[in-house]
Design a protein around this ligand. Structure first.
Ligand code: SAM
Length: 243
């Protein structure tokens, strides 16, 4: 885990022995399960450390200042797949409750397994699409921090994610590539869902050979009850195109 340890150091994170062991175990289990179910195309030791583990930890660059120490701070990761970015963040910060949303049952089986294996506490795995979970009172506008990586284009993603944020909460989307175009296309959706674009943070780490960003969106108004629309619509007909 040398690559991860060094990369994390550049983020100002000093991983403990226990955390390094957890990441090591995470890697082994990910590879083992990946033989049977499709969890990731990235499998070599070094790439997983950088593109999954370190990339997930870059979220720490955008955490709200008063964040993690608040006793009521909680996190939701939408479309977490094999647990990214939620599980690496949980390894780093064991305290805040974490909800992982993932509609693919095979992936949630892995999530249950890895949580148990890594002895992570206070993690809930929700086998659901965001469009459905976001209308349940238990989850709607209940989270201080919502996260999502590689799930959808921003106009769709804000509809899937912002409904989970409390007023005063924050949504961080991890993005790659042509960000300006995506942001422009998402302006209407961000406003319609009760959000306000705070900033776009470029990740400046030599470990990545492509452009990566954290899009930080604050939740300032309640999300109207009609959002998110029924399953599939946020992707098929993103808010910007609705007359
Ligand atoms: N976030 C993980 C990562 O970065 O490795 C997984 C990314 S994977 C490309 C996209 C994931 O989003 C899939 O596991 C998929 O099942 C999930 N997903 C797609 N549509 C979703 C929806 N409407 N609600 C919740 N999750 C969704």
């Amino acid at each position: 885990m040398r690559t991860l340890i060094e990369g994390a150091g550049k983020l100002g994170i000093k991983l403990t022995t226990r955390q390094v062991k957890q990441f090591e175990l995470y890697y082994q289990e990910l590879i083992e399960w990946n033989r049977r179910i499709n969890l990731t195309a990235i499998t070599d030791y070094s790439s997983v450390q950088v593109k999954h583990f370190l990339d997930s930890l870059t979220i720490t660059l955008a955490l709200p200042e008063e964040g993690m120490e608040r006793p009521d701070f909680n996190i939701i990761d939408i479309g977490t797949g094999a647990g990214f970015p939620g599980v690496p963040l949980k390894i780093l910060f064991p305290q805040p409750p974490l909800v992982l949303i993932e509609p693919t049952t095979k992936k949630t089986a892995f999530l249950h397994h890895i949580i148990h294996k890594l002895e992570l506490e206070n993690v809930e795995v929700l086998n659901s699409r965001a469009e459905e979970a976001a209308h349940l009172p238990l989850y709607r506008e209940q989270f201080a921090l919502a996260l999502s990586r590689a799930v959808a284009l921003l106009p769709t993603l804000v509809e899937l994610s912002l409904p989970f944020c409390q007023i005063g909460g924050r949504f961080i989307a991890q993005k790659k590539g042509e960000i300006d175009l995506e942001i422009n296309g998402a302006k209407k959706a961000i406003a319609a869902l009760g959000g306000k674009l705070d900033q776009i943070k470029k990740i400046e780490l030599g470990e990545f050979n492509d452009a990566r960003y954290l899009v930080i969106i604050d939740k300032i108004y309640p999300t109207p009850g009609k959002y998110p629309r029924r399953a599939g619509l946020p992707k098929r007909r993103p808010v910007q195109e609705v007359k």
